[in-house]
Design a protein around this ligand. Structure first.
Ligand code: 0O2
Length: 221
């Protein structure tokens, strides 16, 4: 309710784009800093890379239409949650949950909703962790809470999602049965790959920790 009230002054497409761009910058910078801090403390980057995007006007109008709403600034702001989108690509599934926790702990971000499509994948096989947050954008006459959708996924999940997205659009949502089936098989392979990479990495980390401990002991002798 509050967030919607804050948008009362938002009356033009230009203002909307300005606001959502500002929100993308805020959240993008925030995540970069968290990633750098993590590197500084743990010598490890949970984020492989960050992508940001503003949804195109065509895509916004299409989504409003799909939801059964008329095209208006008010409806856009109210019903389209992913006008501003940040995608965080990680190496391992464990990074996703680590990042989600870090984001949840930021006092200036309000987590509005979470969709865990990793624990509960979509029909299509889609996997990703979605967080809808709002960030206050401080304008000259006060702050405006602005929504940003954060999608967190592994490199493998991202590879799958971008291919599936292309195919989905090519066939306008009606891909031949065998393509959907094979895409689902690929989604299972992606999960298997992610699980294997994670356990391999854990083994490497344990090995590294043991070797370092031995080295340390040798030095102390
Ligand atoms: P596009 O073309 O990527 O922009 P909401 O109103 O937010 O509650 P919504 O938007 O369906 O409902 O939320 P959800 O489920 O979090 O999905 C938002 C976005 O996730 C989608 O945006 C896609 O980018 C991505 N996504 C969801 N399901 C799939 C899928 O099956 N395959 C792929 N490749 N991506 C998916 P848009 O606006 O639907 O599409």
């Amino acid at each position: 309710e509050d967030a919607i009230k804050n948008y009362e002054n938002v009356d033009s497409w230009k203002t909307i784009i300005f606001l959502y761009n500002a929100a993308l910058k805020e959240v993008g910078t925030k995540l970069e800093i968290l990633n750098e801090e993590f590197q500084h403390v743990h010598q490890y980057n949970p984020i492989e890379h960050i992508k940001t995007r503003i949804k195109t006007p065509e895509s916004i109008v299409k989504k409003l239409h799909r939801y059964g709403y008329e095209t208006s600034i008010e409806n856009m702001v109210k019903y389209i949650n992913d006008i501003a989108g940040v995608r965080l690509i990680c190496s391992f599934t464990s990074d996703i949950y680590r990042l989600a926790e870090m984001i949840g702990n930021q006092d200036d971000l309000k987590v509005l909703s979470i969709k865990d499509y990793i624990k509960n994948p979509k029909e299509s096989g889609y996997k990703s962790y979605h967080m809808l947050v709002s960030v206050p954008i401080f304008l000259s006459d006060g702050p405006i809470d602005t929504k940003v959708e954060i999608q967190i996924r592994t490199i493998a999940m991202d590879f799958w999602a971008s291919l599936e997205h292309k195919i989905y659009y090519k066939f306008e949502g009606n891909a031949p049965e065998h393509i959907s089936r094979e895409l689902k098989e690929c989604a299972d392979m992606v999960s298997e790959l992610d699980d294997k990479m994670l356990s391999l990495n854990e083994e490497i980390l344990t090995f590294k920790a043991v070797t370092e401990e031995l080295e340390q002991k040798k030095l102390e002798q």
